[in-house]
Write a protein that binds this ligand. Structure first.
Ligand SMILES: Nc1ncnc2c1ncn2[C@@H]1O[C@H](COP(=O)(O)OP(=O)(O)OP(=O)(O)O)[C@@H](O)[C@H]1O
Ligand SMILES: [Mg+2]
Length: 260
């Protein structure tokens, strides 16, 4: 279980002052849960995810994973970023195995160990291609395979499909669901898309901004496995319009009544 307790983060500003990016954020994520975070740009989603990854330190509060306070990155966690952060000079198989190489495997061993993961994301025949030869969606699949290859308990995904076109994005969501059902890792997934959050998640955290904090946590009572028809169900529509309403309200849209 991931327990986020009273997390706050201040950043120094150029004028010598400080800026409160996150304030008193508390929530927990259960083992094997698919947990999404949505909220306006700048509300601190990436900062929060990096804190769970151990890449950014909180200035208040703490994060415990299975009772251990996070003090830095660990082998139990892997992160997938929005930008395709592949090594341009290495072929796809080396890219997928790279996390394992960082953990001490030889190039040869890591390439071998990477094969099933490349297979899982359907890119076996691109093993010896280079990143620039792949489309954005394919590159993001490689990023996902690389994260899965290290066998993390927790997968942290920061708008992984944000740069993809709508159709590719939908296919990637379906692939991710299929992989997650097999791998059974805990996922914290940051997105701007309400549809994506509703389709994928067990629960969705809606964040408020200035400073970033918890607005509400929604249960997603949609049956699994999620299917194409999930996106047309009344529950799905209710949920996404609720999120839309919350986010519109937060951005101060005068044509909408303020949320309760
Ligand atoms: N290293 C840093 N130094 C100073 N300010 C920072 C730093 N990192 C983030 N911030 C500020 O903290 C706030 C939250 O940033 P963050 O990137 O976490 O937001 P976000 O919710 O991920 O936004 P987006 O949806 O646009 O990706 C922003 O105002 C940002 O400018
Ligand atoms: Mg971000």
């Amino acid at each position: 279980m991931i327990e986020i307790e009273g997390i706050g983060r201040r950043f120094n500003t150029r004028d010598g002052g400080s800026f409160e990016a996150l304030k008193d954020v508390s929530f927990s994520v259960k083992d094997k849960e698919f947990f999404s975070i949505i909220g306006p740009s700048g509300c601190g989603k990436t900062t929060l995810l990096k804190m769970v990854a151990g890449l950014v330190k909180p200035t208040a509060g703490r994060i415990d994973i299975d009772g251990q306070t996070v003090i830095g990155p660990g082998e139990d966690r892997a992160m997938v970023f929005q930008q395709f952060v592949l090594l341009p000079w290495a072929d796809i198989l080396t890219n997928v195995g790279f996390g394992l190489e960082l953990r001490g495997m030889s190039r040869k061993e890591s390439r071998e160990a990477a094969k099933p993961y490349l297979e899982q994301v359907g890119l076996t025949r691109f093993a010896e291609h280079y990143p620039h030869e792949l489309s954005g969606g394919m590159q993001q699949r490689v990023g996902l395979a690389r994260a899965l290859a290290v066998g993390p308990d927790i997968l942290l995904m920061d708008e992984p499909f944000g740069a993809l076109d709508a159709q590719t994005r939908q296919l990637m969501q379906e692939d991710l669901m299929r992989l997650w059902e097999v791998e059974q890792t805990t996922v914290i997934f940051v997105t701007h898309s309400m549809d994506e959050a509703a389709y994928l998640s067990d629960r969705v955290l809606v964040m408020d901004t200035h400073p970033g904090r918890v607005r509400e946590i929604l249960d997603v009572p949609l049956p699994r496995p999620r299917e194409e028809s999930t996106r047309r169900s009344p529950v799905f529509n209710e949920l996404t319009s609720h999120m839309w309403h919350e986010l519109r309200g937060m951005m101060g849209d005068p044509t909408l009544p303020a949320p309760e």
